[in-house]
Design a protein around this ligand. Structure first.
Ligand code: ASP
Length: 360
């Protein structure tokens, strides 16, 4: 039994008090350290989006194209104005989304949808005709931040192929649907459908008849404008998310079942965490060079910047008259080049100049 007045007991008490004192000092040090070092990151995580915006100097940027090919600079003034106005309006849609903190995925989809509705362009409503006088539409979208993509080819009744591509990316476990399978997949969604007559725009139909009469499939003479009109958009948003989307009717008088570069991930459409690319032009040549991915891998493996990588693709890999591309990189740089003489295009970046152009 302990005697509370004994010396031994007092010594034990003193020892215990000392221990408690140094333990509480240690506890205090840990607490202060936690407050100084750990709290800021915890609070940053807890406040999510705001925390990202506070520390983020990421710039948004967007570029779009409405097809590459050869268009004479003598194009009637009124027609030129219609193209320029359409490109400008499409750009405004994407810019408004990005400026107000929206995602590059929405910006790309909405911009492309607008162009799909405009019969001036070879996508959606204005799609060109196949050798059988029908319309078969292709589209793809890729989200570089997720390394995820969706695509469809040979669509006949989908009003906005780019939106079907997005649904495929987000909801399906596959990437590319073709023909009847793509239409069947669309049946299971709420995506807007149209009668195939919707795509029968008279100007396109006449162009097809002319091409058909002259057996014009894959005409590569750069003076007939056969390639113009595919649409595409690439964007990076305030979180650094890079997205590319492309939509097309393909090439005038293409054979039944022909698949071009647009829905082939890495050829006509590609995005990763560093760059987003969309192509337009002669699909077979674009595919043979795995073009969009080639630009991305040139940047990645050689350390070349966006413009240098674009030049390598457009002027070294591909031949004159074959294709044009738009791309944005993670830092908000924009590059738009064609070796065909002209490309309908527009772009803008945060704090930067707006470009709307057809020729050099
Ligand atoms: N690249 C598209 C295709 O070959 C055509 C185009 O860009 O005009 O399907």
């Amino acid at each position: 039994m302990y005697n509370p007045s004994s010396k031994g007991f007092k010594r034990i008490c003193c020892y215990m008090l000392n221990r408690i004192h140094s333990a509480s000092t240690l506890f205090l040090c840990i607490l202060v350290g936690f407050l100084i070092f750990a709290m800021p990151s915890v609070s940053a995580q807890m406040s999510g989006q705001e925390a990202i915006l506070e520390t983020n100097d990421q710039k948004w940027a967007i570029a779009l194209h409405g097809g590459a090919g050869y268009v004479s600079p003598d194009m009637p003034e009124e027609r030129k104005k219609r193209y320029m106005a359409a490109l400008d309006s499409a750009l405004t849609i994407g810019v408004d989304i990005l400026e107000t903190g929206g995602s590059s995925l929405d910006a790309v989809e909405q911009t492309v949808r607008f162009l799909e509705d405009n019969p001036l362009f070879n996508a959606g409503r204005g799609a060109v005709f196949t050798s059988e006088g029908k319309n078969e539409l292709d589209a793809a979208i890729m989200d570089g931040s997720q390394m995820n993509a969706g695509a469809a080819t040979g669509l006949k009744t989908v009003k906005h192929p780019i939106s079907l591509a997005r649904i495929i990316m987000e909801e399906s476990r596959h990437i590319l649907f073709a023909g009847d399978g793509a239409e069947q997949y669309a049946d299971q969604t709420t995506i807007e459908r149209v009668d195939s007559e919707y795509f029968k725009v008279p100007a396109r139909y006449e162009a097809w008849k002319r091409a058909n009469e002259s057996q014009g499939y894959l005409e590569s003479q750069p003076d007939n404008g056969w390639k113009m009109g595919t649409v595409g958009c690439v964007a990076v948003d305030k979180t650094g998310r890079l997205v590319a989307g492309t939509s097309t009717g393909g090439m005038t008088n293409k054979r039944y079942g022909r698949v071009g570069d647009v829905p082939i991930i890495g050829s006509g459409t590609y995005a990763d965490e560093q760059v987003a690319v969309s192509a337009t032009g002669w699909g077979e040549r674009i595919m043979l060079n795995v073009s969009a991915h080639r630009l991305a891998s040139h940047m990645r493996y050689t350390g070349a910047n966006l413009d240098e990588s674009m030049d390598y693709l457009v002027y070294e890999l591909l031949n004159e008259g074959e294709a044009g591309f738009i791309a944005v990189d993670r830092d908000g740089n924009i590059s738009m080049e064609t070796n065909t003489g002209s490309m309908f295009r527009a772009s803008q970046s945060e704090g930067g100049e707006k470009t709307v152009a057809i020729w050099k």
